[in-house]
Design a protein around this ligand. Structure first.
Ligand code: FAD
Ligand code: NAD
Length: 478
């Protein structure tokens, strides 16, 4: 028998589960197909983000930051800690508990919203039918007026450095080590490399990041990226640019990494190797030829601005389509598609997309970088404010970094905001809101910020873009 739904969603990551919940809220009969098995072989919702991505990495980043602070930072505050002990298996178990609570929470939300979870792998076949293959091999078929594909992404594997047990791992494996390795090499100084490299560095590993490109974090405003590189290097992350990995071999309990830099061929012996060279869209087994859905030249599902594919009524969202591979980007697309299907007006403002690297200090940004504005020939002014001049940052003992605001000289509108510093991820929120509301620097100048807070740094940086910051010397007067 074929069950018929208003909407079938494939994949229950942050794109798919949010789309399913919004569809159900709007009164549509909704099913979501999800095949994920967690490390105990139990079906789980939440996708990459909740199971092996955003949440577990942040759980370990939080715990390791506190450990490092207690070990190296408390003394300055007049707190003497002795006998600080590390229990890595307990730290990993705490991370697993957070994951299972959150993924269980999504299951609860599915139940309360009346969403059918079809457990297994879904394939879109002809005429908006979906075949679901359960884990026991049995299959069922379902039809829908609309299909939303949200099958996400998987780590890119390098054939020259094949994964090997817990010695050569991708991001998922690097969240599972039960003891602190002596020396870790990370291929790729991108976001995953920096976040997971930081986790193990804080616990005491020697960490080397080999990055093929000659630029560090090229997507980040250059001033902020320069500050980040200096700070991370001081923390002991050995970031080597123009270093292209050419292969790896596991020898006993060591990994031999071969790479090339400007001095020629190099070899390094490490205890563990993390391959963090990006992610690719996951479409394996998702579509049959009869479904007629087109991919683009990069293997992503091709969609228009409304996330509709070339087949009317079939949509695709999240990591499996163009745009940054970010959980909140997928979720917003999920909401938009659900509302469009329900006949409402909806859109995603891709120009105001927050980005965060959850290192310490955090790096967060929205909008244009100074380099992009220069290339676009925009008449802009930059304003900066260092956390060293923030009373709250001083009180916290966390004064590294700065806020940078970019302002359109003719319209006074905020074009970009860039932060490296304490709680940058949370601070960025007000700039995202300002840009979404099309606020001017004048609006921000009139907004009262509580004292003493880190958010005053945002206020001051915005004022500094207009030459009227109070707590630093302005280069230009109004
Ligand atoms: P996914 O989360 O990948 O979910 C896709 C789901 O589809 C999976 O559950 C999969 O099992 C399922 N699926 C696939 N094929 C089928 C099929 N045929 N049938 C049924 N189900 C199927 N992003 C951030 O914004 N912030 C962060 O801090 C952050 N940290 C990250 C840390 C790490 C270590 C990693 C790896 C990623 C991180 N990301 C972060 C990226 C984020 O996880 C992804 O952008 C996000 O998960 C994409 O959501 P999605 O729903 O498109 O896909
Ligand atoms: P990335 O694209 O950020 O970085 C991969 C890096 O590996 C690149 O700098 C690339 O030049 C380098 N590289 C590729 N091949 C190499 C080689 N042979 N030798 C040396 N270097 C090589 O990808 P990622 O860090 O794997 O992250 C994947 C995705 O997950 C990103 O798109 C990101 O958006 C998302 N993510 C987001 C967050 C967050 O929002 N905080 C956290 C983790 C992951």
């Amino acid at each position: 028998m074929t069950d018929h739904y208003d909407v079938i969603v494939l994949g229950a990551g942050p794109a798919g589960y949010v789309a399913a919940i919004r569809c159900a809220q709007l009164g549509m009969k909704t099913a979501c197909v999800e095949k994920w098995l967690n490390k105990n072989d139990k079906p789980a919702l939440g996708g990459t983000c909740l199971n092996v991505g955003c949440i577990p990495s942040k759980a370990l980043l939080e715990a390791t930051e506190l450990y490092h602070e207690a070990k190296h930072g408390f003394d300055d505050l007049g707190i003497t800690c002795s006998d600080i002990k590390l229990d890595v298996p307990k730290m990993i178990a705490r991370k697993d508990k957070i994951v299972s609570e959150l993924t269980g929470g999504i299951e609860g939300l599915f139940k309360s919203n009346g969403i059918d979870w079809l457990v297994g792998a879904g394939t879109v076949i002809a005429d908006k039918h979906v075949r679901v293959k359960a884990h026991d091999g049995s299959t069922t078929e379902h039809s829908a007026d609309n299909i939303i594909i949200a099958t996400g992404s998987v780590p890119i594997e390098l054939p020259i450095t094949p994964l090997h047990g817990d010695a050569v791992v991708d991001s998922t494996g690097a969240l599972e080590w039960q003891s602190v390795p002596g020396k870790v090499c990370v291929i790729g100084a991108g976001i995953i490399g920096l976040e997971l490299g930081s986790v193990w560095r804080r616990l005491g590993s020697e960490v080397v990041l080999l990055e093929a490109m000659d630029a560090f974090l090229p997507m980040v405003d250059a001033q902020i990226a320069k500050d980040a590189k200096r700070t991370f290097t001081k923390q002991g992350l050995d970031i080597q640019l123009s270093a292209r990995v050419t292969g790896s071999t596991v020898k006993g309990d060591k990994v031999i990494v071969n790479y090339e830099n400007s001095d020629g061929a190099q070899t390094m012996e490490v205890d563990k190797l993390i391959v963090a060279v990006g992610r690719k869209a996951y479409v394996h087994g998702v579509l049959t030829d009869e479904a007629g859905v087109e991919l683009d030249e990069r293997g992503l599902i091709h969609v228009n601005d409304s996330c509709e594919t070339n087949v009317p009524g079939i949509y695709a969202i999240g990591d499996v389509v163009r745009g940054p591979m970010l959980a909140h980007k997928g979720s917003e697309e999920g909401v938009m598609v659900a509302e469009l299907i329900a006949g409402e007006t909806s859109s995603v403002n891709y120009d105001v997309m927050p980005n965060v690297i959850y290192t310490h200090p955090e790096v967060a940004w929205v909008g244009k970088t100074e380099e992009q504005l220069k290339a676009d020939g925009v008449d802009y002014q930059a304003g900066t404010f260092p956390f060293a001049a923030s009373g709250r940052a001083k009180a916290k003992g966390d004064t590294g970094g700065l806020v940078k605001i970019l302002r359109d000289k003719s319209t006074d509108r905020m074009l970009g905001a860039h932060v490296i510093g304490p709680s940058a991820s949370e601070l960025l929120g007000q700039s995202v809101l300002a840009m979404e509301f099309d606020a001017t620097i004048e609006d921000i100048a009139h907004t009262i910020h509580a004292h003493p807070t880190l958010s005053e740094a945002m206020h001051e940086a915005a004022l500094s873009a207009d030459g009227r910051a109070i707590h630093i010397a302005n280069r230009k007067r109004r």
